[in-house]
Design a protein around this ligand. Sequence first.
Ligand SMILES: C[S@@+](CC[C@H](N)C(=O)[O-])C[C@H]1O[C@@H](n2cnc3c(N)ncnc32)[C@H](O)[C@@H]1O
Length: 288
Amino acid sequence: MNIDIQDKFDHLDEILKSKEFNKFEYETVLRELYPYRNDEYFKIAMKRLRQNNDIIRTECTMQGRVFQKKYGYAGDFELIDKIYTEYKSDESTHTQWDEYFHTQPGAIAVRNRKKYFIAKMKDLYFDGFTVLNLASGPCRDMYELFQSDTNKNFVFDCIELDNKAIEFSKELLSRYKVNFINKSILRFKPEKNYDVIWSAGLFDYFDDKTFVRILKRFIDQSKNAKVIIGNFAYNSSTVPYMELIGEWYLNYRSPDKLIELAIAAGATKNRITIESEPEQMNLFLNIN
Ligand SMILES: C[S@@+](CC[C@H](N)C(=O)[O-])C[C@H]1O[C@@H](n2cnc3c(N)ncnc32)[C@H](O)[C@@H]1O
């Protein structure tokens, strides 16, 4: 038995069971445990900790939902929508955990990217404007865009792998006309030209090779489209929480890395800019 790691797990167990949530101690112990995350002993102790603490295993809390992966993959439409709408449990012992979750840079960055999306679409809009949305998820961003400007005629085609996400979105967008294609991006080839190709919350799950291959396909086929790809940047203050508690892993990328991958996909350097939301965590590769 590794006494050092077990001490930290005992402490974590106390924090999770305590009625008074201590943010500083929670973050400290997670940061201390992070270097051990690949140890066999760590994995066994973590499994035991989850079994003893529903709040990091079941959908009674947001962090439990992240770990649970109800639809079989990380970042499903329901979870993302609950981040957008800042869902909190009514159960008083769980609310504090959800409040903590929603103050995490990653959750704030997701909500900021919805604002970024809405501002971007309004800014780029012109009559006859068409958008291809890759991995549209819950479509909360589109819903709020439509609600915020009823005079504009946004035309969206959405590609989404999860049929349940499409069902959810169709209901949310029932008053609006949106086209959904239930297909994997990995196999999708656009049959028409778009003014904008948008994707958030997808490319950060791709390795570099897949990132370049998929981006190249869209650059080659829609030469005049503006392409906007979201990708999270590494943030050391929140990654231990996301990975240890949520088992939510992303391919974090820096602005330089995104530029390198865009060039490898065939974009010319002077067409590339990197933007960000205020939290500086969700970066946006723009190819103009
Ligand atoms: C993190 S969500 C992002 C949703 C949305 N773009 C947003 O920003 O709110 C990721 C979505 O990608 C979808 N997805 C994952 N892999 C996909 C693939 N290969 N093709 C199409 N959709 C995919 C998932 O089903 C999920 O709805």
